[in-house]
Write a protein that binds this ligand. Structure first.
Ligand code: GLN
Length: 187
């Protein structure tokens, strides 16, 4: 039984839950450590990364989430979620620091600042996705690129961790969610 949690402290939660439902898996909003015990994978949604970072501390969820990730629980971070997973943010230490990459917040100019763009995935699929004050992935360390807009890397993976600078849930782009579900089933 696959139950995917969506971290529900701030940001875009509902659309992720709807997308999960459309893929036939149970999605639950995660706000507490007890909620984390019921899930087999987690999505950290877009929103405002500084706010989510503060709330993670306030709700005492940092250690529990980190433990889950290091025990191999599959996780997908989108937009602010990518920022929270990254090891370096704007040249400083990141929040969870589990994804070996550097991001720069709000770094796109007019092209990808806010709007839809066609994302190409490693398997050749293409889907439209929404970019909203998206972070730019400036280096990927030992992570692997899995999604691009043109030459620009916009999605990466390292083992059980998937992350993207865009919002797949706003255009019903299902590739990353399906990949997360595959990782959960293989875990
Ligand atoms: N710019 C936001 C931040 O820095 C991220 C935007 C988003 O998640 N859509 O947190």
């Amino acid at each position: 039984m696959v139950t995917v949690g969506v971290l529900a402290l701030q940001g875009g939660v509902r659309e992720h839950l709807q997308l999960l439902e459309s893929l036939g898996v149970d999605g639950i909003a995660v706000k507490t450590e007890q909620d984390l015990e019921t899930i087999s994978g987690l999505i950290i949604p877009g929103g405002e990364s500084t706010t989510i970072s503060k709330l993670l501390k306030e709700f005492n969820l940092n250690n529990a989430i980190l433990n889950k990730i290091s025990n191999g629980m599959p996780i997908l971070g989108t937009c602010a979620g990518l920022i929270l997973l990254s090891s370096k943010v704007d040249g400083d230490e990141g929040h969870f620091k589990v994804l070996d990459c550097s991001v720069i917040r709000n770094a796109y100019g007019a092209q990808l600042a806010s709007g839809e763009a066609l994302v190409s995935y490693e398997n050749g699929d293409e889907e439209k996705a929404a970019f909203i004050r998206a972070p730019k992935i400036s280096s990927i360390g030992d992570s692997r690129a899995i999604a691009w807009v043109g030459d620009e890397i916009v999605g990466i993976q390292k083992g059980n961790i998937l992350a993207a600078s865009f919002h797949p849930e706003l255009t019903n782009s299902t590739t990353l969610h399906r990949k997360l579900i595959e990782l959960i089933k293989a875990n």
